[in-house]
Design a protein around this ligand. Structure first.
Ligand code: COA
Length: 390
């Protein structure tokens, strides 16, 4: 096979995100996959491989080996399409896309499906918080009572103290997310919230309130990636993955230089922009990993949309759909929802719709380049992709 220069997204599909009590892991995953196949107009027998992003199905649903399971349940078990699960905690979906992208870039594959799925609402209460805490360092963080919300609260407290800002800087991220999600039919939440409602919502881990936290959502997203050669041969339309970067840093929060900067995000976004040969000024919109609103604030600064400590100059006026840099047109993790293994793939669904001009009421005008940012845990791994361009 010949080396492929560029990789394109040629179709997408997803289930609704939310509390899907009546639906199973396999049902929502197959729904998203079949929609992506339909939207791209491909035949399953032409697929070279399937990569599935998933983080916690073993612990939540007691179901491992979900790659093979999904391919069987989708009715393609006899088509000999290798299907693997990729796990990178809350960045599992983006990691699956990254691996699929490399497999096409290498020239080995021409047509690959990427799915992301998580069923978060099978369990609840302390059991679910304990399982969520497995994305932290079990021995040194979770064992001593650390939960994802508690770790994010440490970052928020330090940020607020060092830069003399209030909760409103974080709340602005959530308010923007809910507004955009109200225009996204697959989003978990469709309600608009005010700054007052966000700031006065139920405390979760001081200073973070309910409206600073992404929900535990069920959901599945899927995309079809194709080589440039396939796109030309089959006369498909698509959105190019212009560049990607993946970076790593210390696992536990206490090992890091800063509580409010993820070095992995700083590095991954630089790599991705460099590979795409574009600057931040070229970016028309960004989907950022705001599992907690403070992580959204940090992402804006780590990526470089705002200087350190200055996100406050951006979030109140410039992140809306018509703002200087529209953030999370999909509704983000906070309001579109946060099924761990699906969210990274879901960002690609939004990126594709925006650049194809198919995002309906939440369409960003002249969307040309999109930046997609996904994080594992509290920042040990960050994955950034740039979509768009000729
Ligand atoms: N934002 C807005 N509303 C939310 C919400 C959220 N994050 N989470 C739950 N709700 C709503 C539910 O829809 C429900 O509303 P209803 O009564 O109208 O049906 C109500 O609040 C209670 O829901 P419930 O599922 O009982 O919430 P909970 O108290 O079990 O969980 C959190 C709330 C914030 C603790 C949970 O969403 C959470 O742990 N989020 C963080 C996820 C996480 O750790 N991620 C790791 C990232 S690194």
């Amino acid at each position: 096979m010949q080396l492929s220069n560029d990789v394109f997204i040629i179709g997408t599909g997803e289930s609704k995100y939310g509390e899907l009590w009546e639906r199973s892991l396999r049902e929502i995953s197959v729904e998203a996959g079949l929609k992506a196949i339909e939207s791209s107009g491909i035949r399953t027998k032409d697929l070279d491989a399937i990569y599935m992003g998933n983080s916690l199905s073993g612990m939540i649903s007691g179901q491992e080996n979900i790659g093979a399971l999904m391919s069987d349940y989708a009715g393609i078990a006899d088509e000999d399409v290798p299907t693997l699960r990729i796990e990178a905690s809350t960045a599992s979906g983006a990691a699956a896309v990254y691996e699929a992208y490399l497999s096409i870039k290498s020239g080995e594959y021409d047509l690959v499906m990427v799915g992301g799925v998580e069923k978060m609402t099978e369990l609840y209460g302390n059991e679910m918080i304990d399982i969520s805490s497995s994305i932290l360092d079990r021995e040194w963080e979770a064992f001593f009572g650390g939960t994802p919300a508690a770790m994010a609260a440490l970052s928020a407290r330090k940020y607020m103290k060092d830069f003399g800002v209030g909760k409103d800087v974080m709340a602005a991220i959530s308010v923007n997310d809910h507004k955009n999600a109200s225009m996204n039919p697959t989003a978990h939440f469709s309600n608009i919230i005010t700054m007052e409602q966000a700031i006065n919502s139920t405390p979760v881990a001081e200073p973070l309130n309910l409206m600073d936290c992404a929900p535990q959502s069920d959901g599945a997203s899927s995309i079809i990636l194709a080589s440039e050669e396939f796109v030309k041969r089959e006369k498909k339309e698509g959105v190019k993955i212009a560049g990607s970067g993946i970076s790593q840093e210390y696992f536990a929060l206490h090992s890091r230089d800063s509580l409010y900067s993820m070095k992995s995000t700083v590095s991954a976004s630089r790599k991705a922009l460099q590979k795409a040969k574009v600057g931040l000024n070229d970016i028309s919109f960004a989907e950022i990993h705001d599992s907690f609103s403070i992580y959204g604030v940090m992402a804006l600064e780590d990526i470089g949309f705002a200087e350190r400590g200055k996100a406050k100059d951006l979030v109140f006026s410039d992140i809306g759909l018509k703002g200087r840099i529209p953030i999370n047109p999909s509704g983000g993790l906070k309001a579109k929802g946060f099924p761990y293994g699906a969210s990274g793939v879901g960002q690609f669904v939004e990126g594709y719709l925006q650049i194809m001009g198919k995002a309906g009421k939440r369409q960003v005008e002249n969307a040309k380049y999109g930046l997609l940012h996904s994080v594992a845990g509290t920042g040990s791994t960050s994955i950034v992709h740039i979509l768009g361009g000729e």
